[in-house]
Ligand binder design. Structure first.
Ligand code: NAI
Ligand code: MG
Length: 358
């Protein structure tokens, strides 16, 4: 059956890297005999906002529900539309309305990428971060009292539900179970946050009892960030609440190179709604329109899309193509953020060719 993909390029470099993401997916589909269909949509962009006064059309949810997956570039043109309007009016709506409760990011040091951590080789860093994406610290429950006085007080509640914790843990344990090292690390802070985090820990213990093959450990978030930098080789799957996962999922990819190569998936594992695959980076207004954006994050996000739908060979081929091209360090091909003189086109086409000729 055909996998239906909604293509939303968005703004800025999103529109520049997207064509190469689609071309690499098409290349892998051709080599591995996968049937993909693409439909490009113009909403969730600031251009759409300028024309219609809103980031999305009223029927966006019905439209996108007809797809298996959303392949998303980047949104945001801060000079035209305030970021909270563009981001809350599009991407964050997708995550919540489509119950994409898993945010998944690989932390993998690729050959040919300069590692900001001294002395690390490819293979030393290879783990996944699983972030809870719908509840936790990012609730809208709270308020402000005694405003404008010395007693001014603000409160914001953390909301953790058994269902919400268990479903992200189940996903993370399944992932750990599927990997050779079968190791799971939980981010906590139960020494300081005395109600929600001990509860999180207790759910981890409960889930661990159902996965006897998985080795489980936990670290407080403060020391865990230090370990990311000093001992990244110990990690295999790291799971965290919305806030802790947010912090770790920026730190992890930053430890493995430029922001231009990192991908991210927002997943609704129940497949009731489409999942969304995107590069970690934003619309990069500072380099938009120059044709020099690194397309690897976008292409790697497409790789995660194929992986999510079980096309493991095709996914492996895309990752291999990325690694092969980057490892050659051809200055005329790789982009400026990786120290080269190449363009989105030169790097994107080199990876496409590598997929086709693998
Ligand atoms: P950004 O990720 O767009 O850019 C940060 C820096 O990294 C810039 O110097 C940029 O040139 C560079 N960079 C980013 N991607 C690159 C690539 N592929 N190749 C080479 N260099 C790259 O983050 P920033 O500047 O904080 O935000 C710009 C806009 O993007 C804002 O409107 C923001 O709200 C939006 N944004 C959207 C996201 C999304 O759609 N998921 C995520 C992050 C930011
Ligand atoms: Mg973040």
């Amino acid at each position: 059956s055909t996998l239906k993909i909604a293509v939303i390029p968005g703004d800025g470099i999103g529109t520049e890297v997207m064509p190469y993401g689609v071309r690499c997916l098409e290349a892998a589909a051709k080599v591995f005999g996968i049937s993909l269909s693409f439909q490009t949509l113009d909403f969730a962009s600031c251009d759409f906002y300028k024309k219609h006064g809103d980031m999305l059309p009223p029927d966006w949810k019905e439209t996108l529900s007809g797809f298996d997956a959303i392949y998303f570039g980047a949104v945001g043109m801060p000079d035209l539309v305030p970021d909270e309007v563009s981001l809350w009016g599009s991407l964050l709506k997708f995550r919540r309305e489509f119950d994409q409760y898993i945010n998944l990011r690989p932390c993998r040091l690729l050959a040919g990428v300069d590692c900001p951590l001294a002395g690390r080789k490819p293979g030393d860093i290879d783990f996944w971060i699983v972030r809870e994406n719908t509840e936790g610290e990012y609730s809208s429950i709270g308020g402000k009292i005694f405003e404008g006085t010395d007693r001014e007080t603000v409160i914001q509640e953390t909301v953790m539900t058994r269902t919400g914790i268990d479903r992200v843990l189940r996903y993370a344990f399944d992932l750990a179970q599927s990997r050779p090292r079968k190791r799971l690390t939980s981010a906590t802070k139960s020494n300081g946050i005395s109600i929600t985090m001990p509860y999180w820990d207790s759910r981890v213990r409960e889930m661990a009892s159902r996965y006897p093959e998985v080795n489980v450990d936990k670290y407080h978030i403060d020391i865990l960030t230090a370990h990311f930098v000093q001992r990244p080789q110990i990690f295999d799957v790291v799971v965290g609440s919305n806030l802790f996962g947010d912090i770790l999922s920026d730190l992890g990819p930053a430890c493995t190179g430029t922001i231009g190569i990192a991908p991210s998936a927002n997943i609704n594992p129940d497949r009731k709604f489409p999942s969304l695959f995107e590069p970690v980076h934003g619309s990069a207004p500072d380099i938009a329109g120059k044709g020099i954006a690194n397309p690897v994050g976008m292409i790697w996000a497409g790789q995660m899309l194929l992986q999510h739908f079980g096309y493991h060979d095709a996914a492996a081929a895309i990752l291999q193509a990325i690694e092969t091209v980057l490892a050659q360090r051809d200055q005329g091909i790789i982009t400026a953020d990786m120290g080269g003189k190449g363009t989105t086109k030169s790097l994107g086409e080199a990876i496409e060719t590598a997929i086709l000729t693998a």
